[in-house]
Design a protein around this ligand. Sequence first.
Ligand code: FRU
Length: 473
Amino acid sequence: MLLAGDPHRPQYHFLPPSNWLNDPNGLIQWKGQYHLFYQYNPFEPVWGAIHWAHAISDDLVHWRDLPIALAPTPGTVDEYGVFSGCAFDSDGVATVMYTGVRRRADGSRIELPCLATSTDDDLVRWEKYRGNPVIASAPPGFDVLGFRDHGVWREGDTWYQVIGSGIRGVGGTVFLYRSLDLMHWEYVHPICTGDRGESGEMWECPDLFPLGDVHVLMISPIPLGKTLYFLGSFREHRFEAQHRGVVDDGGYFYAPQSFTDDHGRRVMFGWLREGRDPSAQRAAAWAGVMSLPRVLLPAADGALGVEPAPELNALRGRHLGVDSATVSPATPMQVGVQGVALEIVAEFVPAQAGQFGLKVRCAPDGSEQTLIAFEPGSGWLSIDRERSSQDAAVDREPHGTHVKLAAGENLTLRIFVDRSVIEVYANARATLTSRIYPSRDDSVGVELFAHEGPVRLKKLDVWEMGSVWGANA
Ligand code: FRU
């Protein structure tokens, strides 16, 4: 099938021209331009032969593909794969720390930190450091279940680096190292270690950064398959968690990375997995999508705040607005703007209401529909895909999260529909991201519903969203 004609291929989320994408890597704003590197298999739409691919943007929304930045080099420390890592400014030189991967004869992996630098303004050409790896082994004395993925920062003259790992039988951990020259590293200690029963046995993609007056640690634990965040203190290079949450409980958002841009904002991208099997991915010739850029904020209630980057507003086209209406079981509201690429902002007054919400990608006869529902009693916000597609092979299990509303607080849902991607933001502090694959071309309707009793809609805005890929999307 022609990729441009594929009805499931998003039109305003970033994705490669074809084949496989996973984690965002090396996020950095360099000489004004945003750079998005990512885990990429250039040969097939399934994981394997991992390279770092590269795209560039002036506005976080429109991207231009650049040549592959880093490829495995046969006979070296990264011959099996160039795994995840970060980018940073080393005295004016763009530098990345990534995981070089080799395989032993028994198939097990050797994962070690490696450096590369670029002196181009566009960061197109990269030179790997000849002395790679810069750390020869995981810290002695630990039986580790992986040693990969990097975060690097500087304090005065000293560089620090965190690396994701897990201690067999104990739990996930993040090891800390320090260096004066980026080439020689001294092991410090684990900044924190989890309990494998609670937070998994191996922590992938650690991301540690200050936000407001706390520190945030994000980790993507095996086998949980979803990203956790901890808010806490980072003193004497040890992280102590005070608050814990799930970054996105929709079931598809994983391995995010964040960076501070020239506006001082903390911007995060995550990998959105597919909800269909490898044979469907092969038939489509692509797999994996990047989330929308999300701005992280300290939230009032001690949780992590999150909003879509305001640059996305540039994609808004035809608009429909409704000021104040009542939605009831007998009078659901059909919305006059339909489509496969929409932004919807709906503010509800949940007081005294039963379950209510929106249906998107609805067929005229209701045979396909995806529900985004809120239950005020329990605070449960969910995505129901039971009827999202007539294709029986795609994922349909429900996902949800609790959104605790303060007394008198309204619920504002901001929903991005982009063909097979749905991102839901609730009150700028909870997100659910999901994948759907409707089979019918006319599954484009939007409807508001209330199940047990009426709910007051304070305001509704719907926009058709433009494409970031030009005419052939
Ligand atoms: C997370 C991850 C990382 C690793 C990369 C390999 O999705 O498994 O731990 O570096 O993907 O592609």
